[in-house]
Design a protein around this ligand. Structure first.
Ligand SMILES: Nc1ncnc2c1ncn2[C@@H]1O[C@H](COP(=O)(O)OP(=O)(O)O)[C@@H](O)[C@H]1O
Ligand SMILES: [Mg+2]
Length: 233
């Protein structure tokens, strides 16, 4: 379970304070697929960073799979992230000098796992990139690079996957394939998916949409399944 409790985030702005998130609360059960949507600047990336333990709130708490992130120091939060969290970014953020397989291996090697190469190869197969493991990121298309990034995010079998506009740099068809891939990993591994997107069609493929405006939750509702969203295709 992932819980946000009264999260507020402020930044200093001259002698004022800029409130970026105000009193954000919700509970996301294990295995859920949730979209966070809202206009540019509404606080989506900031919220994802707090939920994933990459950043700390000004007030409020995040409970991530039983861990109260506000009670942990930086090192302990890094450990929780390494064990429980995968993160996918809009800009892929692969290491350019490493091959696809080596990029996927990085989180395993940080944990000192022995069969890192075999596990990385298995994950690349899972995302449809068997045989491309030796290619550098620049030798892959945008959609392929994002699949490598998803393989990397999944390689530690995280309980939760956070994706910040993961299809923002991809054409619509490739974006849909990326979302299908996330859906299949959710189904097969029970991974909770928290997806930030401003693409309504993608948001409606999840089961619940949380809308932010000016840092506050303005609606939080299940996706209407009568329209077939999520169930078809
Ligand atoms: N480190 C920071 N310092 C000051 N302001 C920031 C910082 N990070 C984000 N902001 C501001 O917080 C607001 C929300 O940003 P962000 O979470 O990136 O929104 P979104 O992802 O919805 O576009 C924006 O006004 C942005 O300028
Ligand atoms: Mg953003």
């Amino acid at each position: 379970m992932l819980e946000a409790r009264s999260l507020t985030k402020e930044y200093p702005s001259g002698d004022q304070r800029l409130t970026v998130l105000r009193d954000v609360s919700f509970i996301i059960p294990d295995g859920a697929r949730v979209a966070i949507v809202g206009p540019s600047g509404s606080g989506k990336t900031t919220l994802l960073g707090l939920l994933a333990g990459l950043d700390t709130p000004t007030s409020g708490t995040v409970l991530l799979d039983g861990a109260d992130l506000s009670a942990l120091d930086e090192d302990a939060r890094a450990r929780v992230r390494g064990e429980k969290v995968g993160f996918v970014f809009q800009s892929f953020q692969l290491i350019p000098s490493l091959s696809a397989r080596e990029n996927v291996q990085v989180p395993l090697e940080l944990r000192g796992e022995r069969d890192a190469a075999a596990r990385a190869t298995e994950l690349l197969g899972r995302v449809g990139l068997a045989g491309r493991g030796h290619h550098l990121p620049m030798q892959l298309s945008g959609g392929e690079q994002q699949r490598v990034a998803i393989a990397r995010a999944f390689v530690n079998r995280p309980k939760l996957l956070f994706a910040d506009e993961p299809t923002g740099n991809l054409d619509a068809a490739t974006g849909h394939r990326i979302i299908e891939l996330l859906d299949s990993l959710n189904r097969d591994a029970g991974t909770t998916i928290v997806l930030v997107t401003h693409d309504t069609a993608l948001a409606e493929r999840t089961e619940r949409i949380i809308r932010l405006r000016d840092g506050a939750v303005v609606s939080d509702a299940p996706v209407a399944t009568a329209a077939g969203a999520g169930a078809t295709a």
